[in-house]
Design a protein. Sequence first.
Length: 142
Amino acid sequence: METSKVPVNIKLITEINDTGSKDVTTIEETGNFYQKGNISVLTFTEHSEDQEDVSAMITILQDKVSVKRTGAVDMHQVFKKKKKTENTFKHAYGTMHMETYTDQITYEQSANDKKGKLFISYTTRLNGEIDRRHRLTLFFTK
């Protein structure tokens, strides 16, 4: 089975609802898309003016999504529908324990493989504090 590397434009929108306030972050970068069988992988680098770059790799399988980030932050977050997962989130201000409960994962890829959309709805709890609701929406076009 052959793996192909295809350049893509990526738009990643993250919404966080934290005790009544909503924070929306949009990242637009170029990256690469890989497909091998039923596994899709997106890689890109998040560029920021106020901190070092963050390399991201998002692996999409039928029953789970894995988000690995290295650089200014270091984390490997796994999303499994209707399951709780745990990981460690490291950044400039220290290390936090993160629990993630995934409500919904939706992944769509166009018939001609020219574009795709990943949507994840989940809650996180950092160091045992209050739950925060998140929505991650990622679009890519070739």
